[in-house]
Design a protein around this ligand. Structure first.
Ligand SMILES: [Zn+2]
Length: 77
């Protein structure tokens, strides 16, 4: 499980169950297990501090790599 955080203020935004290797380029909505402090506005998902961290693409958020960091481990199954 990964915890996605804002790169600007380090707030926790949501918990994400990532599968497979590689970078976090997208966050599929079905694998977001818990929203913490994220806000959705105008087709974007953002931190309460105002930083936009992703663009709503329907089934997933296209992530803006410089706008977030993550902690935790990727699921290997
Ligand atoms: Zn922030």
């Amino acid at each position: 499980m990964l915890t996605i955080k804002c790169s600007g203020c380090k707030r926790k935004l949501w918990k994400y169950r990532k599968t497979g290797p590689g970078q976090v380029l997208r966050c599929h909505k079905s694998r977001i297990t818990r929203k913490i402090e994220s806000l959705e506005k105008d087709g974007r998902i953002m931190c309460p501090c105002g930083q936009v961290v992703g663009i709503d693409q329907g089934g997933f958020y296209k992530m803006i790599s410089r706008a977030f960091i993550f902690t935790g481990t990727k699921d290997t199954s």
